[in-house]
Design a protein around this ligand. Sequence first.
Ligand SMILES: Cc1ncc(COP(=O)(O)O)c(C=O)c1O
Length: 400
Amino acid sequence: MAKRSSKKKQLRPATTLVHGGILRSQFGENAEAIFLTQGFVYDSAEAAAARFKGDEPGFIYSRFSNPTVAMFEERMRLLEGAGAARATASGMAAVSAVFLSHLRTGDHVIAAKALFGSCRYVVEELLPKYGIGSTLVDGSDLSQWRKAVRPETKAFFLESPTNPTLEVIDIAAVAEIAHKAKARLIVDNVFATPLLQKPLELGADIVVYSATKHIDGQGRCLGGVILADEQFIADHVHTFLRQTGPSLSPFNAWVLLKGLETLHLRVERQTASAAILADRIAGHRNVTRLLYCGRPDHPQADIIRKQMTGGSSLITFEVKGGQKGAFRTANALKVIRISNNLGDAKSLITHPTTTTHQRLSEAARLEQGITPGLLRLSVGLEDVEDLWEDLEPALDRAAR
Ligand SMILES: Cc1ncc(COP(=O)(O)O)c(C=O)c1O
């Protein structure tokens, strides 16, 4: 049976990202082992019975738990400072599981409108199919959260910074409203990463990630994780995942563990490059609007100072010429590639109107500030000067 190293000392994030949660087998391997096994064997029928009954610790079946997945969960738990963590096959599996595991018919959810498209589908279309009502609010307007509360409200949900307009929501203030309503606040912390924002410390009850983004950070696999207190995970999430099966593959858990080892280096470098590029893009004559969480002109700069420790790797900007201008810009890029993923080693650009947010009506997009000329840039690990030499001539082409 693999043993967890019992380090008592509270380690700093960079150290936790390398050593946290390691379960070493009897072979003493240095790198985390990949336990590509569906099931586990028992020394006797009695031992199997005891494990199923919960009288004996140990792994049973990889849909429930697996040593490589457990290492990833523990490393994430330590990093986030949560009571417990459960991994899932994708970020959307984490978001769906968090709602479906603890809500029932008659319950009500309040969510910020500016959500990633699939999250919005879950809240707006999927939950109501099961009789779970939902109200969408302008997340930055605290009075709208207050007004939307009903006696049956059980969960608040937000993403901050939001995709793609990088709007920032005051997590501590929304947590206070949620708790007054006896509801839980769930935060999708994908854009900030676990390094730049700590929603649990700000009062959130549950944090979800698409590990597909910065946590892998090298475009290889999908993954997700749910972090909360031990009781919530044990009472709701654990059983839901065990019985419905959106489990993370051990191979993907291993990829994500290796991704975590370099997370702080990547996020630090990407954020530093993004800050430089944001200033240069903002100064370009063909750019009509730029949003970056690290700039003092961000509309919620005061909240950012309170709850984030860096501007992140994402920049959103609007070019002259509407959709045609945005397409001309994207098509002229040679180093930066057109892709809807983010948090990757490679810099990626996307046109939200026709990709990630194409499912929304034009009115819903415009309400969120997603105009046809808007582009979202995820800054990677390339040399920042090569990125600028790619971007500047591409921006020159936006307006004809
Ligand atoms: C903010 C946000 N939440 C959730 C998801 C879903 O993650 P995944 O693609 O891993 O299912 C994404 C991206 O796809 C995202 O950008």
